[in-house]
Design a protein around this ligand. Structure first.
Ligand code: PEP
Ligand code: MN
Length: 361
């Protein structure tokens, strides 16, 4: 898949010089006054490049506010015309696509609850055949990279080349201070798989709470994400959906001014030299790591053979539990995280067992 740089092309068309695309607007369009007020104030910050508002809202439980539907679309279109900014909204089925095209929405996005469903994504893809409109695909609710890539591919195969992804965090049973676990490695992985794909972060749905939004936004920028989608409401506490995470437009402006925007590289020669030097050290350490792993596996093979000759079972749980406890303690004393240590030891153990079995060469 070779997507076009959709954000770059929109920025170019609008004459935006910043490296990052900033999308902001209410979670849901609730009334004409709310959409226009919020969007005007956001445009006044001079830092927002695209306006968002949910017209149809996928809600976890029935009888919650499910969006105003088609009648709210003219409010968003009006806000776009008044401010001169492009507008984007979420589509979850073919009918949403048709309505958005009829009203002239500039960019569409597919929500996290839709990305999980190949049938729904295919329906949207079919409705988009022959249409030239940028589409942003949010990650699925569950941390399944294949589903995310699959949804992008379905839209791509319908002829849409202007594609971007939105990283909005993942549902997790683990208790964290965030509404959705960030799992940044998913976005990094996606970028590695499709290097030309621009990725936007939605810190609002990751954070779930107003005061955590700037922290998540900064982390996203530090990872060199291509833009941010931030929920904003002129009266956040009165919002009909996602009240806890929406920021006032003035708070969005303040946050955007205080974030540190890093560049992907620098031409400062001292910086370049020092970076080369440190990367050289990393290369050396990695080589030693690989050599040591190879030595370790060869020893495992020898042990396997020895055990076989002496009719002793391969798996010796006690020895392994003791070893893990010992290595985790030692690793932690060296400043390594328990999570990384246990994942790494697990992988090593799996491979060692296979080697001892003689099943891998
Ligand atoms: C939203 O952007 O308001 C939304 C519903 O997001 P998500 O699909 O990420 O839950
Ligand atoms: Mn929302």
């Amino acid at each position: 898949m070779s997507p076009k740089l959709v954000l770059e092309s929109i920025k170019k068309a609008l004459g935006i010089k910043e490296d990052h695309m900033i999308i902001s607007g209410p979670c849901s369009a609730e009334s004409e006054e709310q959409v226009l007020n919020t969007c005007r104030l956001l445009a006044d910050t001079g830092k927002v490049h695209m306006l968002r508002a949910g017209i149809w809202k996928p809600r976890t439980r029935p009888n919650s506010f499910e969006g105003m539907g088609e009648k709210a679309l003219p409010w968003l279109i009006k806000a776009g015309k008044e401010t001169g900014l492009p507008v984007t909204t979420e589509v979850a089925n073919a009918q949403h696509v048709e309505i958005c095209l009829k009203y002239g929405v500039d960019v569409l996005w597919i929500g996290a609850r839709t990305t999980v469903s190949p049938f729904a994504v295919q329906e949207i893809a079919d409705a988009l055949k022959g249409v030239d409109i940028p589409v942003m695909v949010k990650n699925p609710i569950n941390p399944d990279l294949e589903l995310w890539v699959g949804a992008l591919e379905r839209i791509n195969q319908s002829g849409i080349r202007k594609l971007a992804a939105i990283h909005r965090g993942y549902s997790s049973s683990e208790l964290t201070s965030f509404r959705n676990a960030p799992m940044w490695d998913m976005a990094v992985h996606l970028k590695t798989m499709i290097p030309d794909l621009e990725i936007i972060c939605d810190p609002s749905h990751i954070a779930g709470a107003r005061d955590l939004v700037p922290l998540v936004a900064q982390k996203a920028l530090d990872l060199h994400i291509n833009g941010l989608m931030i929920e904003s409401h002129h009266q956040p506490d009165a919002a009909l959906s996602d009240a806890a995470q929406q920021l006032k437009p003035s708070a969005v402006g303040k946050m955007l001014s205080s974030l540190v925007y890093r560049k992907p590289s620098s031409s400062n020669s001292e910086f370049v030299d020092q970076l080369e030097n440190l990367r050289g050290k990393i290369d050396e350490v990695d080589e030693k790591l690989l050599e040591n792993l190879s030595i370790r596996m060869k020893i495992a093979e020898q042990i396997g053979q020895y055990k076989r000759e002496n009719q002793v079972t391969i798996l010796q749980v006690n020895r392994w539990s003791e070893l893990v406890a010992d290595r985790v303690a030692k690793g932690r004393a060296l400043g390594l995280s328990e999570n990384m240590l246990s994942t790494l030891l697990d992988l090593i153990h799996k491979e060692s067992i296979e080697r001892q079995n003689g099943s891998t060469v």
